[in-house]
Design a protein around this ligand. Structure first.
Ligand code: ADP
Ligand code: MG
Length: 252
């Protein structure tokens, strides 16, 4: 799926104040590509994903999904929020089939697909377990499988690894990157971690501090086809890191 943001502006209004969260955001995400959005805390990254997911409406501008303006939510988008948000009282199976249950799509074919995903990503023997019996990394994979279960063309990931410790984050981001690539999805990842963005994406969009504007867009052709782990060892990794670091306005 292709995404196009066209001059998005978002102003939050309350009784006594106005917050301009996003200003003149325009960029595109090509079908099948992996794009990261980095920017300081509070610059409007989550707001941008919410607008794309149809959960918020922009004050002006529009978002096009495969050339069609977004109006409300759609099951073609899978949204993986910051916390894994698995339901603690549901088994892993109960959790990963939740999306299908809500969309009333629990057909044998769909359930078979989930079984295959669980098997492929090492969670097969945990179907009857509760989330509390799994490690953080496994829960995150489980959350991704739940998101993939409804077979969305576009995945939105909002700081999906921030609750994990550093070592786990490295291996889970490697897993998740592999899964997304293998399943042929278009992905948009929000993070405040430059290394994470460079280790996973084809393109990094750097936003300014609030109101978020596009500061620069950095393509990473030299790292194409490499896994996150391989990228972290690549000589260009540090070049890109420095380039983006210089652009990032951390308000120091
Ligand atoms: P980020 O994800 O980059 O940290 P957010 O998109 O969550 O930033 O928020 C951007 C700005 O918009 C913040 O100042 C935040 O307080 C404000 N904001 C977000 N959602 C709302 C809302 N529903 N009402 C009012 N202000 C909001
Ligand atoms: Mg956020």
């Amino acid at each position: 799926m292709t995404v196009r943001f066209e001059q998005i502006q978002k102003i939050f209004q309350s009784k006594h104040s106005e917050v301009c969260a996003l200003e003149d955001i325009s960029f595109r995400v090509d079908a099948g590509s992996f794009v990261s959005i980095v920017g300081p805390s509070g610059c409007g990254k989550s707001t941008l994903l919410n607008i794309l997911a149809g959960l918020e409406t922009p004050t002006s501008g529009r978002v096009l999904l495969d050339d069609v303006p977004v109006e409300g939510t759609t099951d073609r988008i899978g949204y993986m929020p910051q916390r894994d948000q698995l339901f603690p009282w549901r088994t892993i199976w109960g959790n990963v089939t939740l999306g299908l249950e809500i969309q009333k799509k629990k057909q044998p074919q769909q359930l078979q697909r989930i079984r295959e995903l669980l098997h492929r990503y090492g969670l097969e023997s945990f179907e009857k377990s509760l989330p509390s019996q799994l490690s953080g990394g496994m829960r995150q994979r489980c959350a991704l499988i739940r998101t993939l279960a409804t077979d969305p063309g576009l995945l939105l990931l909002d700081e999906p690894f921030s609750a994990l410790d550093y070592q786990t984050r490295l291996s889970v981001s490697d897993d998740i990157h592999t899964i997304i690539r293998r399943e042929g999805k278009t992905a948009l990842l929000v993070t405040h971690d430059i290394s994470e963005a460079i280790s996973m994406s084809d393109r990094v969009v750097v936003l300014t501090a609030r109101p978020g504007r596009v500061k620069t867009i950095c393509d990473l052709p030299e790292l194409a086809g490499l896994s996150p782990m391989e990228r972290r060892d690549h000589p260009m990794f540090h070049r890109f890191f420095n380039d983006i670091w210089k652009e990032l306005d951390l308000g120091g």
